[in-house]
Design a protein around this ligand. Structure first.
Ligand code: NAD
Ligand code: 44H
Length: 520
């Protein structure tokens, strides 16, 4: 659609038009009408709409999908998504009022473009249990995608689902009784929907996790199977036989939409869209696993299918996501609001580079590939048109930190132990200043005003937590390591010596070792 510069918030020439099927071009309308309801999605947030829906939208014309359900050939028909909200009905109501068509505003450092996305063909409240069960049981459904946040899987330390969690326990009880009410957790909804599919005899399906988690396909399978085993004797065996759990690394920075984004989209398109989604130009999707009932030809839109996902997911989680978390906690402490502000502050950039050095040493990738990823991240984080709020990234740290920083730290510590035993590896204690700074900044974050912290473990936070208490929450196996406790205490002291935001050093235009080359 329009490639004009966004910014004024006014539509040239007057009145705006509503978004919806009527706003699609004739060509786009024909594609939309031909879409087959083959994908079900849970978690209708901003990211699903900037990423999986966008990839589905950009599948090359005529390539449709592979495979079929119910014996009928799927041919080259484009695929459509039946999407369900995770917790509240708002987004479903909003999108339904505009035929689930919405504007994607893509913000590059030097300007913005807008396009209409029509790959979602229905939007529903996830609490509408009959509709959810019918969608999963539909023989046409071949793929189920998920973006429900890291905390929504309710994983216990033993790797099974956390049955002590009251929401999980309530869902287990509903499922045992075969009650008509909706489950409230994501694993509960999946078990409920997959049971409906088994009961209807609709055959195999692929579940694709698109949340920022390590080995997210296996983790989703483990949560679903451990809950299924609790509630229905034969269901686990059916799931193991018929359902594949695909792992995926997903990447596209997608901040929460603001009024300014909606005004800019309106100026570009002339369409008044309350459901605008904003994202950066970069998009990456790497998947690993089987699609027993077929899938869209996402590779024609740039997705990659690989045998071993681990290096891709480690690169993403340990560089981008760990970097985001560091900037969030340290940046907020220093008075910054957004990622681009924080990477303009050398006091944030120095520990960020240290964190990346430490992660890079653990990544099983060629040095030039890591260097290219870091350079690209410098540009992406510095994009002044993506106003990604640190407060949004800061949520749920107790679930995110074990994946983003503790996993690589654990590997580094093991290598340091190896070096001491004469096996080669990291010299010294193995505790890098980058990781210690991230843990210390989170410590300050959750003890500053615990009542304001959004986190599933917020009940465990209090102002008097010590370094060892903090480690027990995110790395219980390392909480006994005195060297780590000391390193985190020292990092906290270093952070406290930094003065709060200093305009001379904290503006996005201040010189920074990241040197993104991005205009302020
Ligand atoms: N936004 C990004 O830049 C981005 C990029 C890559 C991956 N992701 C992944 O996508 C997830 C969602 O991001 P978003 O930007 O769409 O956020 P969002 O706030 O726009 O939407 C979150 C969605 O998750 C659902 N949800 C939240 N908690 C839930 C729970 N306990 N049970 C069931 N559903 C729940 C919400 O209802 C909503 O549909 C992230 O947590 C992350 O794992 C996001
Ligand atoms: O979405 P979350 O809460 O998992 O994490 C916040 C950000 O780090 C994340 O959304 C990144 O922007 C994203 O992973 C980029 O692909």
């Amino acid at each position: 659609m329009s490639e004009a510069e966004a910014g004024s918030g006014r539509v040239a020439g007057g009145a705006s038009r509503p978004v919806g099927l009527g706003a699609l071009s004739a060509e786009q309308r024909a594609v939309r009408d031909a879409r087959e309801r083959r994908i079900v999605h849970l978690g209708l947030g901003a990211f699903h709409r900037s990423h999986q829906a966008w990839f589905t939208q950009h599948v090359a014309e005529g390539s449709g999908g592979s495979g079929s359900s119910s014996g009928s050939a799927s041919g080259s028909a484009p695929w459509g998504i039946v999407a369900f909200t995770g917790r509240r009905p708002d987004q479903a109501d909003l999108l339904s009022r505009q035929d689930a068509v919405y504007t994607l505003l893509t913000r590059a450092a030097d300007g913005a473009t807008a396009e209409l996305v029509d790959a979602i063909v229905e939007a529903h409240d996830g609490a509408d249990a009959p509709r959810w069960r019918a969608a999963l049981a539909d023989p046409q459904t071949a793929v189920v995608t998920l973006t429900v946040t890291e905390a929504a899987y309710h994983r216990a330390p033993d790797g099974r689902i956390d049955l002590d969690d009251p929401d999980v326990a309530a869902d287990a009880e509903l499922l045992r009784r075969g009650a008509p009410e909706a489950c409230t957790t994501a694993p509960g909804r999946l078990v409920d929907g997959l049971r409906a599919r088994r009961d209807r005899g609709s055959g195999p399906v692929a579940v694709v996790c698109c949340d920022n988690l390590t080995d997210n396909g296996r983790m989703t399978r483990d949560m679903v199977l451990s809950l299924a085993d609790e509630v229905d004797a034969g269901l686990g065996a059916w799931i193991l036989r018929e359902v594949s759990f695909v792992a995926s690394m997903v990447d596209r920075i997608t901040p929460a939409t603001t009024d300014g984004d909606r005004a800019d989209a309106l100026a570009l398109t002339g369409l008044d869209d309350p459901a605008v989604v904003v994202a950066e130009p970069f998009a990456e999707w790497v998947l690993s696993g089987r699609f027993p009932a077929g899938r869209p030809a996402w590779e024609t839109a740039g997705a990659r299918f690989v045998d071993d996902l681990e290096p891709y997911e480690q690169r993403k989680l340990w560089l981008l996501n760990a970097g985001h978390s560091l900037l969030a906690y340290l940046g907020l402490h220093l008075g910054h609001q957004t990622v681009d502000e924080a990477v303009g502050d050398p006091r944030c950039v120095e520990p960020l580079e240290q964190l990346w050095d430490e992660a890079a040493a653990e990544l099983p990738l060629p040095a030039d590939e890591i260097a290219a990823a870091r350079a690209a991240l410098g540009e992406r984080f510095g994009n002044p048109r993506i106003r990604h709020r640190l407060q949004q990234i800061a949520s749920d740290g107790s679930v995110k930190l074990p994946i983003r920083v503790v996993d690589p730290l654990r590997r580094r510590l093991a290598r340091a132990d190896g070096a001491r035993a004469g096996a080669g590896g990291v010299a010294g204690s193995g505790i890098g200043p980058g990781a210690a700074t991230l843990l210390a900044a989170w410590w300050l974050h959750v003890t500053g005003d615990p009542s304001l912290v959004a986190d599933p473990r917020s009940g465990d936070f209090s102002a008097d937590l010590g370094a060892r208490d903090i480690l027990r929450l995110v790395a219980p196996d390392l909480a006994g390591d005195d060297r780590l406790v000391t390193a985190v205490e020292e990092a906290r002291a270093r952070i406290l010596r930094l003065s709060p935001a200093d305009p001379a050093t904290s503006s996005p235009s201040a010189s920074s070792p990241l040197d993104t080359g991005v205009p302020a």
